[in-house]
Ligand binder design. Sequence first.
Ligand code: GLN
Length: 309
Amino acid sequence: MPMNYQKILDEIYDEIQPELQHGKVADYIPALAEIEKGQFAMTVTLEDGAVYSVGDSTKKFSIQSISKVFTFTLALEIYSKELYKRVGVEPSGNAFNSLVQLEYEHGIPRNPFINAGAIIITDTLITHYKDPDKTLKVLLYFMRKISGNPKLSIDKEVANSEMEYGDRNLALARLMRSFGNFENEVQSTVMTYFNHCAITMSTEELSRAMLFLAFGGIDPVSKKIFISSSKAKRINAMMLTCGHYDASGEFAFHVGLPAKSGVGGGIVATVPGEMSIAVWSPALNKYGNSHAGTLALEMFTTKTGLSIF
Ligand code: GLN
């Protein structure tokens, strides 16, 4: 018998309510500090495009580090294995914005999902597209195609607010540059990174956008091939091992799905061959991952028995 996903999401919605006030919104980005806790949305998209949602599933939020999945996808498509000369594929075991490891590992970030790695990915894209604006344009074009929303946009207020307090990310970029691992101008590259983090999307849009990664790089609805199955496999592996920074092990242990979080409170996940999921609740745990979002995904895999293990 097919599973009743709407019923499962409705149950999660009720059970998650007491958790929504726990944690803290990302106040180190002033434009995100005012977001109200207590908000929650979750969407599941199946192979045939069927959508099940609960909560504020059309409300847009700042996708932040979830954008790193899409920039990594583009860079992997362009550079293939060459990319790994500039960024590694190992979990960092450190906070997403840590400088320490980068120093003793000579400016090569551990993976494309910590900030240093994502800034390098942005740098490789700017080199390829020859200019920051073109890079953002191509990225938005790609994300509009995979999400089916031709109007996705960047919240400039969030991007500018991040630049104003962006010393740590600028420091990461400068440190990498000092080791010779940087190709473009630091300020505009980091600004491009802040811009892609500041794209706003709803759980419905994000869940739809992740569907191709749940199905080996092919959108199962439109049948469009976005990336090879071998690359889709690697992106999923990266989400599983590095998608939640220094809480990636804990997330795999409790949830058991490839997933990527962002400090806007969103998390995207894939159940390979089955579905894509997006969840949002803005209050974060101490690792910078959505507190209620993580718990909701754990409830989902417990109730459905869907996990990659
Ligand atoms: N733009 C945020 C930053 O660079 C992204 C961090 C995140 O979502 N974990 O700090």
